[in-house]
Design a protein around this ligand. Structure first.
Ligand code: KG4
Ligand code: ZN
Length: 338
């Protein structure tokens, strides 16, 4: 590694992954340590916020230490600390923020708080070294689903967002009704491969003409109603068929709106981001639609789609380069506009 590269130690604890990374010049990942809490929350069928905070507290020092060791650097070589400030679970965020503040104070380094969704978008800069703004991004995670025009590294405009459930949230809830376990996204993705997506037809909610907003709660309720009515009629449901049909109804809407947004914004580029970006059908259908419409599609590798600190390090780097700094009063935000 060249000596003059700017090294960021980044920390991410917004939900159920305790993660720390060292990133050079924003796009080169020297280490990216992720400790997942999935096994702890699985028995409850979803993330229990209080347990998440306690686990972050238990692991964060070790994870940050491992990130520095794995990167082969010393604390003295770190130039700045980046941390997720929101949106997310406040108790969970606070553990990462308190750690970042302590390190920034003790090592006398600048501190930069990052928007979690901006981090997800930045995963694409790590994966695709040639990618530069402007481009359109579809961000779909467990807490958010939005279409964003990324005008510059630190400037974006939200074209539309979900009015109720996030796409990942709908996946998780439908998986729960189908008894497929937590997290629901990967479980539905797997189950759907064995199912017939046309066995049942669930509602595709496009909302008003030309709207880039989403609504997935009606589709989710449609699945519950279907399961209940089949059960009441004494018929067995095929979970794989239901998973495949539900997935197609969500993915069709995501693909159609994202491609329209990319066409309207004329950047010719569409980036996918967030945990749901790991979905195999979404990647496949978006790839086909982008090819047909002459749009260059950027997808991060699966490991950079779900929560990780490397993406936060990338976002923090661009904020730092624009002169942004946070003080010891940096707070955690459950909700935060992009
Ligand atoms: O971005 P992320 O790790 O955390 C949030 O910021 O919310 O996203 C987690 C979400 C969960 O809802 C999970 O079920 C979903 O991403 N997810 C998937 C897949 N892998 C993760 N959804 C659909 N298909 C997948 N393969
Ligand atoms: Zn996330």
């Amino acid at each position: 590694m060249k000596e003059n590269k700017l090294l960021t130690l980044a920390i991410e604890t917004s939900c159920d992954e305790t993660s720390a990374a060292v990133v050079a010049d924003g796009r080169e990942v020297l280490s990216n340590v992720i400790v997942s809490q999935i096994d702890v929350h699985k028995v409850f069928g979803g993330v229990v916020p209080e347990i998440a905070s306690r686990r972050h507290l238990e692991y964060i020092n070790e994870v940050a230490g491992r990130a520095i060791n794995d990167a082969g650097v010393t604390p003295g070589q770190i130039d700045m600390i980046g941390v997720t400030k929101g949106p997310g679970l406040v108790g969970a965020l606070l553990i990462g923020i308190a750690t970042a503040k302590a390190l920034a104070f003790v090592w006398d380094k600048p501190l930069v708080g990052v928007h979690h969704i901006n981090g997800h978008i930045c995963a694409n800069y790590i994966a695709h070294k040639e990618l530069e703004p402007p481009f359109t991004a579809l961000v779909a995670s467990g807490g958010h689903t939005s279409i964003v025009n990324v005008m510059d590294y630190n400037k974006c405009a939200v074209l539309g967002k979900t009015r109720d459930d996030a796409a990942g949230e709908a996946y998780d809830k439908v998986a729960r009704v189908l008894g497929l376990g937590y997290p629901g996204g990967p479980a539905i993705d797997r189950a759907a491969r064995e199912g017939n997506p046309n066995a049942v037809k669930f509602k595709r909610v496009f909302l008003e003409k030309d709207s880039f907003d989403f609504s997935f709660s009606g589709t989710k309720t449609g699945v519950s109603n279907y399961i209940n009515s089949e059960k009441q009629s004494g018929r067995d449901i095929n979970p794989a068929d239901v998973a495949a049909a539900f997935q197609l109804s969500v993915v069709e809407v995501l693909v159609s709106k994202a491609v329209n947004a990319a066409l309207i914004s004329k950047s010719g580029k569409l980036a996918l981001a967030g945990g749901v970006a790991a979905n195999s059908l979404l990647r496949e259908m978006l790839s086909d639609a982008c090819k047909k419409n002459g749009i260059a599609l950027y997808c991060p590798p699966i490991g950079l789609c779900t929560d990780n600190a490397a993406m936060i390090g990338c976002a923090a780097y661009y904020k730092y380069m624009a002169g942004e700094r946070d003080g010891m009063d940096l707070d955690a935000f459950a909700n935060l506009e992009l």
